[in-house]
Design a binder for this molecule. Structure first.
Ligand code: SAH
Length: 210
């Protein structure tokens, strides 16, 4: 069920859907997604769908993870990256192979601790986790080359814009009438450039910690 062939089929699908960055495809190929879901769902881990991870949350669809990662990278490997919404840790594990150091914030401590255990098992040592409300970012380690938000905020959190390096990118789902759209915002010396990428479907970003 988690044969190499099944896993390779998923990578091929993501490629066919338009993700061409070889670094992203290689990171997806190297990352065992079945480790990030409940054992009862392991047989579905290489389907291109979001899956429940408990606490009303989901592990994102693999295509979405690949697309957001590609949008964040836009070229080479990054120095420091911040993720908001660790969840299962899957997106974070992908980022950890494409950045020197990854910080990730999660508001639900049970999810954060499960992710921490998975990173230890997989030997991913450049990930730093924080249990807090990610809406304010992580000013003590800012600025970042990239910030990736995996839950949908009401608007664009100003704190996250302020924590970007010049040239740095913020990739996040934004609420629009009737749904969500993925945005990429690039910090420039003149201000912020905004691009709409495609429609999205994330759980909401909520305040407070559990
Ligand atoms: N990146 C995750 C996706 C998890 S779903 C993965 O690959 O599995 C989104 C996650 O964002 C949930 O775990 C949810 O608890 C978390 N979240 C929602 N609001 C948040 C907030 N304000 N601060 C930090 N995490 C938040």
């Amino acid at each position: 069920m988690t044969s190499q062939r099944t896993r390779e089929r998923l990578i091929q699908r993501i490629r066919d859907m338009g993700v061409r960055n070889p670094l992203v495809l290689e990171a997806m190929r190297n990352t065992p997604r079945h480790i990030f879901v409940d054992e009862a769902l392991a047989s579905r881990a290489y389907e291109d769908t979001a899956l429940p991870i408990g606490h009303g949350q989901t592990i994102s669809q693999p295509y979405t993870v690949a697309r957001m990662t590609e949008a964040l990278l836009a070229g080479g490997v990054l120095d420091t990256v911040l993720e908001i919404g660790t969840g299962s840790g899957y997106q974070c594990a992908i980022l950890s192979q494409l950045a020197r150091r990854v910080y990730s914030i999660e508001r639900i401590s049970a999810l954060l601790e499960a992710a921490r255990t998975r990173f230890r098992e997989l030997g991913l040592r450049n990930i730093h986790l924080k249990h807090s409300d990610g809406g304010v970012g992580l000013p003590e380690y800012a600025p970042f080359d990239g910030i990736l938000v995996t839950a949908a905020p009401e608007g664009i959190p100003p704190a996250l814009l302020e924590q970007l390096k010049i040239g740095g990118r913020l990739v996040l789902p934004a609420k629009v009438r009737g749904g969500q759209v993925l945005l990429r915002i690039t910090s420039t010396p003149q201000g912020y450039d905004q691009e709409q990428l495609e429609t999205a479907n994330f759980v909401p970003l909520v305040g407070g910690v559990l």
